[in-house]
Design a binder for this molecule. Structure first.
Ligand code: RIB
Length: 282
């Protein structure tokens, strides 16, 4: 079973589901409120675990009740949390999420303890692969990229500028369209694979700037796309570690993301491997 270490964020997601998303300055009412465990790091860790990997999560939370709510699904699934620490001063990260009937979302994150995951307190367990996203300090991402010697997957979400040397070190970079536009050509300097996701239209895989594979997800009716990108990153990393050819791995990741979008919440909607295999072979 491949081992995956995830270095990243833990949030408690406060979700308001309404008919439409508000435009700037607009108030939308009649929303239904819910609370789910989230955070891109935690979501990717749980997604990889549900899909069959041995997973550890390196992260920081506050010493508060939100931490328990944010971690309960990870604990229940057997994600190794021995590299997770509580911060005495900062609160557990919170994400305020608005979800529309179309499944689209808007997210505002108050990082809290995620912002205290600095290089001096970073713990990197041994693993076949390390997955990192950008909801923690960028200097920590750079330090992890320099220290880790296995397969490095970088999910440049939310979009931020990383030094070229960090991008060049990655074996896999995953970005959505907006993040790809933000990064420009810099991402194609990576020595490994670059994947650009296009939501319901699928994803394309590049090697040194040349497209070598593409895949489309199965048709689904979206309920909530929160966490679909995180599932995609975890599924793609795991499938590549398992030695699947890039095109097959891309199809698997698209299908895993699609299943996630059919259910509400981030971690509450992450699929098992059996669910992904089922939607791939209807
Ligand atoms: O990628 C989805 C995640 O982004 C949510 O769970 C939220 O916590 C934000 O970090």
């Amino acid at each position: 079973m491949p081992t995956i270490a995830v270095l990243g964020s833990v949030n408690l997601d406060i979700v308001a589901t309404a008919a439409t998303l508000p435009a700037p300055g607009e108030t939308v009412t009649n929303a239904v409120l819910a609370q789910h465990p989230g955070g891109k790091g935690a979501n990717q860790a749980l997604a990889a675990r549900r899909l069959g990997a041995e997973v550890s999560l390196s992260a920081r939370v506050g010493r508060d009740g939100n931490a328990d709510a944010a971690l309960n699904l990870l604990r229940a699934a057997g994600v190794d949390l021995s590299s997770l620490r509580e911060d005495d001063k900062a609160a557990t990260g919170v994400a305020l999420i608005a979800v529309a009937a179309s499944g689209e979302n808007q997210i505002v994150v108050a990082p809290g303890a995620n912002a205290t995951l600095t290089p001096d307190v970073m713990i990197l367990p041994a693993a076949d692969a390390l997955i990192v996203q950008l909801e923690i300090p960028l200097e920590t991402v750079a330090a992890a990229a320099a220290a880790f010697t296995g397969f490095l997957a970088l999910n440049l979400a939310p979009a931020a500028a990383l030094p070229p040397s960090v991008l060049a070190r990655a074996d896999l970079i995953v970005v959505n369209e907006g993040e790809a536009a933000f990064c420009g050509e810099a991402i194609h300097a990576a020595r490994g694979l670059v994947v650009v996701t296009h939501g319901a239209k699928g994803a394309a895989l590049f090697r040194q700037g040349v497209k070598v594979a593409e895949a489309a997800p199965p048709k689904i009716v979206p309920v909530d796309t929160t966490g679909a990108g995180d599932t995609f990153v975890a599924a793609l990393t795991l499938a590549l570690l398992e030695g699947r050819p890039p095109e097959t791995a891309l199809r698997f990741a698209c299908a895993a993301g699609a299943v996630t979008a059919t259910r509400a919440g981030a971690q509450t909607s992450l699929p098992t491997r059996a669910e992904v295999e089922a939607i791939l072979t209807p």
